[in-house]
Write a protein that binds this ligand. Sequence first.
Ligand code: KIV
Length: 267
Amino acid sequence: MREVRVTVPALAKLKRAGRKIAMLTAYDYPFARILDEAGIDVLLVGDSLGTCVQGRETTLPVLLDEIVYHCGMVSRAARRALVVGDMPFGSYHRSLEAARDSACQLVKEGGAHSVKLEGGERMADRIEAIVRLDIPVMGHVGLTPQSVHRMGGYRVQGRGPCSREQVFRDARAVQEAGAFSVVLEGVPAELGTEITQELRIPTIGIGAGPNCDGQVLVMHDLLGLGEDPPPRFARQYLSLSEVVGRAVRMYAEDVRESKFPADHESY
Ligand code: KIV
């Protein structure tokens, strides 16, 4: 039997009921299927595609067409989870029209149920414009990786009083612009708690402490698929790189020793 889809109103209901939302990134069909069947509520086709899958230094070079392509794979796999397509750098910055066109492409060609974009006060008009098309928008404030050069690196935001007030203003602006949810990234746990208590929409934390309405991690950090150790805020549940490496070494050895294929693996 088909699972009931997690929807935007269902996420609001989870917040009201005090039930946590589990979100992960996904980039392709097989992993999205596994995550969906394991009960993840929200699958984000993140622009972390750039660093996790494409081997890039930052997320900045990721193209909208690339997110659309990966979003198609994830949305075809997701039977239950809400699929969020991430809007990459440059796909919503230049104009409201560009923002609307990019969001439409993610929904129409990528099969996304909603989109996510980075920025608070400065991007409120973009959020409003997309929401008016009936495309649900997830905001993203605090440490916004697309602003890496302005921030001078991937630094925790909201530590000093001014920066704290700015993150608060950004989160409020995202809500007022009509977003259905907001990612809080790289902010002190106390600030994550206060914003979560004040906002009506669900907050999804990543490095924002335990009291957000939900949590998101990059799938590669959780599964141990990255080249580097996961960041402090992530929890690695598995060393998949090691597991895969072991299997591949066994296969290579079998080939070299003529142990593969066996009779039952041949025609
Ligand atoms: O691109 C991404 O994976 C993200 C998450 C870290 C929230 O934006």
